[in-house]
Design a protein around this ligand. Structure first.
Ligand code: ADP
Ligand code: X2W
Length: 299
């Protein structure tokens, strides 16, 4: 004879807690930016892939945009090429651009596609060059009033969502590298992955933009305190932007762009926490920083 204790109840409660969230997010597009700094170890990457496939099975439409900043820096270093950032963007010479493209499209994207496809025939890798998904022009930032040449860094001018939408309609998970082609000069440009993810989320009319990074969220008084801002409106974020420093600038500018262009919420969450995507989407207690459009109450 065998007996069974009622240990299943807490597990069932977790599933029941997810029910309203499953209903709410069903059929919705979620753009997930997986930062290079959050890809710390194999276990985390495998958990990331499980979460994304879980979303797909739960009826959401996940789109992955990946980074790879540290991986690019390591490869440039190996090849004896200098790597410098200005205004949070990599100064990208034509030789460095070849490395950026090889690392993002040939290594990081391939690895993520492989991990996702361990669960079924879901992931299809592409770069912004494919089907003119991301078109860019040369970006020339103004630093202390002067226009500065930072090489092959792209500013997005147009997004064509056709290829991504076709993949989503086909039940696939697009995995996008942040590389764009310019229609002005035909060159290939390096686009910050946060910026690319935000632009895609807005163009796709995504419900959520989720940015996975290597901190708990946006710290209020970084680096002096680790108090995370849990929720802020677009207007509150806009006020805060000039005070932010490099890593967070493209992320928070991206979140602002997204919620000002139809995305319901943009979140910055800790990619070092296993299954942070599921915790954020399907449980009552969200983690990290959530940015909401104006008119949704003060934080
Ligand atoms: N206010 C802030 N709150 C949190 N992190 C910040 C803040 N300002 C700057 N940072 C830095 O931004 C980094 C995240 O950006 P980045 O290094 O570009 O990551 P990713 O590879 O995920 O895009 C953090 O590790 C932290 O060092
Ligand atoms: C123009 C620019 O800076 N592009 C980035 C693209 C990769 C990226 O954004 O990766 P993370 O999200 O991991 O930082 C770079 O070359 O590092």
């Amino acid at each position: 004879m065998s007996t069974r204790k009622h240990t299943a109840l807490p597990k069932a409660q977790i599933l029941i807690e997810a029910l309203p969230w499953l209903t709410r997010h069903h059929g919705k597009t979620v753009v997930i930016k997986f930062g290079g700094n959050a890809m710390i170890d194999e276990e985390l990457k495998a958990a990331f892939a499980q979460d994304v496939v879980f979303l797909r099975h739960a009826g959401l439409k996940p789109v992955v945009v990946h980074g790879g900043g540290p991986q690019i820096s390591a490869q440039l270093d190996k090849q004896g090429l200098v790597s410098e950032f200005k205004s949070g963007l990599r100064v990208t010479t034509p030789e460095a651009m070849d490395v950026v493209r090889m690392v993002l499209a040939g290594q990081v994207q391939r690895e993520l596609v492989g991990l996702l496809n361990q669960h079924g025939p879901f992931a299809v890798g592409m770069t912004g060059e494919d089907a003119q998904t991301i078109t860019a022009t040369k970006h020339q930032p103004r630093i202390e009033g002067e226009l500065v040449d930072i090489g092959r860094v792209g500013e997005i001018t147009r997004i064509d969502t056709g290829a991504i939408e076709a993949l989503l309609d086909n039940g696939r998970i697009p995995v996008v590298s942040s590389i764009a082609r310019s229609e002005d000069d035909g060159h290939v440009y390096n686009v910050n992955a946060d910026t690319a993810a935000a632009a895609l989320a807005a163009a796709l009319g995504a419900e959520t933009l989720m940015v996975l990074t290597d901190v708990e969220g946006l710290y209020e008084d970084w680096p002096h305190s680790d108090e995370v801002i849990s929720r802020l409106t677009a207007a509150q974020l806009e006020k805060l932007l000039p005070e932010l420093s490099s890593g967070m600038v493209p992320k928070m500018e991206g979140c602002l762009h997204a919620v000002r262009n139809g995305v319901t919420t943009a979140r910055v969450i800790d990619g070092r926490v296993q299954h942070s995507i599921l915790l954020e989407i399907f449980t009552d207690e969200g983690i990290g920083t959530m940015v909401v459009p104006d008119g949704q109450g003060d934080a």
